[in-house]
Write a protein that binds this ligand. Structure first.
Ligand code: KG4
Ligand code: ZN
Length: 344
């Protein structure tokens, strides 16, 4: 099947997202977010998320079908995030997807949310992406990967030892009173700030770290340094703190990603996940990749944060590659490892 019509369902966190693709063509991308219901708690509340998914699921599927101008009967396969994520939230997606696939008599692909973040690049860029190094930076996850085939083979080179990059953005935004989620707010605030105003630490970049764990990340020291600076500097300029913090994150992510390209001899880099929407990361990545002769791919900003099209895109790639579908109904896997691209 070269251009399968696939509906993808994503419910790993606070977005009920349904996307429809035909092969590599995006037809619909519907997102209902419960973010406002979590805002006053400063983070996602699992019970609220699950309930919101239940309410939003059927209307979201219907909106996506309408937008794509297709009917359920036209679909070749269903794809759904099987993990990682909040287990109650994931279960709303997997049970809805399993019911749909069974009712329609079509294959069901239970896929990894993290691999889907990478595969969505296929909807933006035409070229095959593999083999590639992938920098995956989201709210719950930060890692450097080598991707030989996104439908079956992803190897972890390194990962964060503490906070995820997006989590660091969210925590610093809270300290700076910029609201939740923090990434977009810091991105905006930093535009009017001086990124070299404060020299914040770059985690795990001593020569010992480069020798022992070159592709791991740590953001907890940076977070503490920013908090201490704010406490010790009552007259701090918020935009300068935001810009300098952002610069430290961007710098260390790219130092490590480009080092991984160099040492593996792979001259291709994909940056994916919610933090890949960051305008400064996109800008510096473009400059540094060009200087290093690395072919850079970053999905369109709207496709970087959680969405259903990314899940549909991985399902379409799996179907086109003839990969095994996931048998029957299945459980959600809240800590599905990044190397498990799908549940066969
Ligand atoms: O991939 P994603 O939508 O959800 C997870 O799988 O976690 O990533 C969400 C994360 C949040 O931490 C959010 O603050 C961050 O991505 N984010 C950003 C930007 N947009 C979203 N971080 C920095 N700059 C942005 N523009
Ligand atoms: Zn995500």
């Amino acid at each position: 099947m070269s251009e399968p019509l696939v509906l993808g369902i994503e419910t790993s966190c606070d977005e009920t997202a349904v996307g429809i693709v035909r092969g590599r063509t995006l037809l619909a991308n519907e997102i209902a977010s419960s973010v406002e219901e979590h805002a006053r708690f400063g983070g996602v509340v699992p019970e609220i998320a699950s309930r919101a998914h239940l309410e939003a699921m059927i209307p979201s599927i219907n909106r996506a079908l309408k937008e794509a101008k297709v009917s359920l009967r036209d679909l070749d396969a269903i794809s759904v995030t099987a993990g990682p994520g909040l287990v109650g939230a994931l279960l709303v997606g997997t049970s809805s997807a399993a019911g749909l696939a069974q009712g329609l008599g079509i294959p069901l692909y239970g896929v990894n949310h993290l691999a889907a973040h990478i595969s969505v690049d296929y909807l933006t860029h035409d070229l095959p992406i593999e083999p590639t190094i992938a920098l995956l930076v989201s709210g719950g996850h930060s890692s450097l990967l080598q991707v030989d085939d996104i439908t079956k083979s992803v190897a972890k080179l390194g990962a964060t030892m503490d906070d995820a990059a997006g989590e660091a953005f969210d925590k610093i935004a809270r300290i700076l009173d910029l609201g939740f989620p923090g990434g977009p707010a810091i991105d905006l605030e930093a535009r009017s700030g001086n990124s070299s105003a404060i020299d914040f630490p770059r985690g795990l970049t001593t020569s010992h770290d480069w020798a022992t764990r070159p592709y791991d990340f740590s953001f907890s020291g940076l977070k503490t340094a920013v908090a201490r600076y704010i406490e010790a500097t009552p007259s701090h300029v918020r935009a300068d703190v935001a810009a300098s913090f952002q610069e430290a994150v961007v710098d260390v992510l790219l130092l490590k990603a480009l080092a991984a390209c160099k040492s593996s001899g792979i001259d291709s880099l994909v940056i994916a996940g919610g933090v890949a929407a960051n305008s400064r990361l996109r800008h510096v990545a473009t400059e540094r990749s060009a200087a290093a002769g690395i072919q850079l791919r970053i999905p369109a900003p709207a496709l970087c944060t959680d969405n259903g099209a990314m899940v549909a895109s991985l399902g379409a790639l799996m179907a086109a590659a003839g990969r095994d579908a996931t048998a029957g109904a299945f459980d959600a896997h809240s800590s599905l490892p990044v190397e498990s691209v799908s549940l066969a």
